[in-house]
Design a protein. Structure first.
Length: 276
């Protein structure tokens, strides 16, 4: 029958999409699974939908709003499975993901299993995202997997779960840094088996506005790890700066930039006259 998988779905004010996420968990062709939804202090309309879905679920947990990290930890705490799959309430998997992921997780020195993803806003606006996967060297530079990935509950326990202080985003990346710190890799299934919904009010969009604050938190929390890989980090930062500089030069040398600059010259002169 295979090892039990616990699929954890944190939900906050997602009445429109939660049923699709639940159905994608239930429709996994891997049989030995449980589906756990954590209602993270949702509004009335979402609670109504969750009440209608309750009979389909293995467990429905309700708590006051504490953020995605706390909701994931709560769900994993009550889970019985050896393997954990986290699924956000507005996204969904293809039915074969669990079967393929378990086979790989059983067979090698992998900490997480992920796949390629279809990022979509609607049916006409979409693109394929391919996580890099890899070991701690990759995770120190960027999140090399999807937040919706499979891992062992024992590994989650060993590193202390998700950081519940991180309520504004990047909590999944920080968790995966700790998960890979003592070895192991992320394996990327080379197929599009996950669908990530892009919403205007998503946590990931909010995180981008606080990017440098969140990066500062991660870098200082893992100061020892970053010092151990000093050369790698400096090379990466210098490559990024060089790439940005090339982009800047390319932009300033473009015909559009030169035309725009010439058109604005009279207005700049007027602005200087008014200042004087």
């Amino acid at each position: 029958m295979g090892r039990l998988i616990s699929i954890i779905i944190p939900c906050y004010n997602d009445s429109q999409y939660i049923e699709k996420a639940v159905d994608s968990a239930l429709d996994q062709d891997y049989e030995n699974k449980e589906v756990i939804v954590v209602d993270d202090g949702s509004n009335r309309s979402t609670k109504k939908v969750l009440k209608e879905l309750k009979s389909k679920l293995s467990i429905l947990v309700t708590q006051e709003n504490k953020g995605p990290a706390a909701a994931r930890n709560r769900g994993i705490n009550v889970a019985s499975g050896k393997y954990i799959l986290v699924l956000d309430s507005d996204d969904y998997f293809e039915p074969s993901f669990c079967t393929k992921a378990v086979k790989i997780l059983d067979s090698g020195n992998h900490k997480t299993i992920t796949c390629q993803a279809r990022w979509f806003k609607n049916e006409n606006e979409c693109r394929v995202f391919k996580p890099s996967g890899g070991d701690i060297k990759k995770f120190l530079l960027w999140n090399a997997t999807l937040s919706n990935s499979m891992f062992r509950k024992a590994d989650w326990q060993e590193v202390g779960g998700y950081d519940e202080k991180m309520t504004s985003g990047f909590e999944d990346w920080e968790f995966f840094i700790r998960l890979h710190a003592n070895g192991g890799k992320t394996y990327v299934i080379p197929e599009v088996l996950f669908h990530y919904r892009i919403k205007d009010d998503s946590v990931s969009k909010k995180a981008s506005t606080l990017k440098f604050e969140l990066l500062r938190y991660i870098y200082f929390k893992h100061e020892v790890l970053y010092k151990e890989h000093y050369t790698l980090i400096i090379d990466h930062l210098l490559d990024r700066l060089e790439q940005e500089e090339r982009t800047k030069v390319k932009k300033t040398e473009s015909l559009e930039f030169r035309i725009g600059s010439n058109l604005l010259k009279p207005f700049r002169k007027l602005k200087r006259l008014f200042r004087t």
